[in-house]
Design a protein around this ligand. Structure first.
Ligand SMILES: Cc1ncc(COP(=O)(O)O)c(C=O)c1O
Length: 373
């Protein structure tokens, strides 16, 4: 990226994990331009062929059968929560409504999704919160067991908690959680708003855990920067969202549909998920080696190109210095720096980013305490 004075930056934040194909990717741009010459908006009361084409594509590449389009990650999660409740209340005819989510999770900022979010900071000043959300401990199956009641409709989780600092779900936990949900008749919602679209080294993170969620939510990278959200679900949920039960005026509009379709086609054609797996592994390994001796760093973890570097101190001043030195990165929580570059990032660019990080850490005044990784 370049700023208005011509200074260049390595962009390792990609929007907020949105520009997975880089900024203004050519094939997506061409598709949007083509659509610009046609219709921009059509009401969902009418059949929109490009919406159907994109939905077909999404169900083909995922374990799901149905798609609901909206405009953001929060809206996709809101749809998932509503769909889970309605499935139980209208299709199965029980009275389940509670959603179990996890401490440190992030699911959005609408009233329902900030309540679902397992962090107090997003709730501050917004009381009263809607009912029906319970928080269990992440990676603790007993805590989920203790939280399930005859009111539980669904469990919702991120397989990598991105916003709170790149915390990975343990495979054993996810396996047991999936089993538990099946046994208890509880739906499993996986929030792939940040982990989806190749970010973690597979098209969707759930593939790496060998599970098939009932619902997946997507947004961020799905249309390379145009506002979009999607809730994908298994066929059994079809009746839950019958006509008129849920809708969005702009959801599924032709422009983001064109962008989304071209984004997924590009991702597949260029084998970007696989590439992200390889470059992500390279970055993780190199960061661990290079930062091993740095006492300020507590841990380096990640999946694909969603990488977190945890510090023993708040990272805001370090991030500012990195920006001044030409590396754009994001915080995750207060103590973690996230590396989330475009999926086209090269090993050479990763080396450059790590060199900048090393330089900034060496130049820093004072010393921070912490256990070396
Ligand atoms: C996992 C996750 N879910 C939901 C959201 C909310 O998405 P949006 O900001 O598009 O509403 C985010 C945003 O960071 C996210 O990371």
């Amino acid at each position: 990226m370049w700023d208005d004075e011509g200074e260049s930056y390595l962009d390792f934040m990609a929007g907020l994990a949105v520009c997975n194909l880089g900024h203004v990717p050519e094939r997506v741009k061409a598709r949007i331009q083509e659509q610009l010459e046609q219709l921009w908006h059509v009401s969902n009361l009418f059949h929109i062929p490009i919406q159907e084409e994109f939905a077909e594509k999404l169900v083909t590449i995922s374990c799901t059968d149905l798609v609901f389009f909206c405009n953001s990650g929060a809206e996709a999660n809101e749809a998932a929560i509503k769909c889970a409740r309605r499935y139980h209340q209208r299709v199965l005819g029980n009275n389940r409504y509670e959603i179990i989510t996890f401490e440190q999770s992030f699911h959005g900022r609408t009233m329902a999704t900030l309540t679902a979010t397992g962090q107090e900071k997003v709730k501050d000043g917004f009381l009263p919160l809607p009912e029906g959300f319970v928080h269990a401990r992440f990676n603790d199956i007993q805590s989920v067991r203790n939280s399930i009641t005859n009111k539980t409709a669904a469990v919702m989780l991120e397989l990598v908690q991105g916003e709170s600092g790149v915390h990975l779900a343990e495979p054993k936990f996810v396996f047991e959680l999936t089993k538990l949900c099946k046994e208890e008749g509880v739906l499993m919602i996986v929030d792939e708003v940040q982990t989806g679209i190749g970010r973690t080294g597979s098209l969707f993170a759930y593939e790496q855990y060998g599970i098939e969620p009932d619902i997946i939510t997507l947004a961020k990278g799905l249309a390379s920067g145009l506002p979009i959200g999607a809730m994908l679900g298994k066929e059994k949920l079809q009746e839950a969202f019958s006509a008129g039960s849920h809708a969005s005026t702009f959801g599924g509009s032709p422009l983001p549909m064109a962008a989304g379709l071209a984004t997924i086609e590009t991702l597949l054609e260029d084998g970007l998920a696989k590439q992200a797996q390889q470059t992500g592994a390279y970055a993780l390994d190199k960061l661990r080696k290079e930062l091993k001796a740095c006492p300020a760093i507590r841990a380096v973890r990640g999946l694909g190109l969603l990488i977190g570097i945890e510090f023993a101190e708040p990272v805001a001043p370090i991030i500012q210095k990195l920006h001044q030195n030409g590396l754009l990165v994001l915080a995750g929580g207060t103590h973690v720096i996230r590396f989330m570059p475009s999926l086209y990032v090269t090993c050479d660019e990763i080396d450059q980013a790590i060199d900048i990080l090393n330089k900034v850490l060496k130049e820093r005044d004072g010393s921070a305490s912490g256990t070396p990784i």
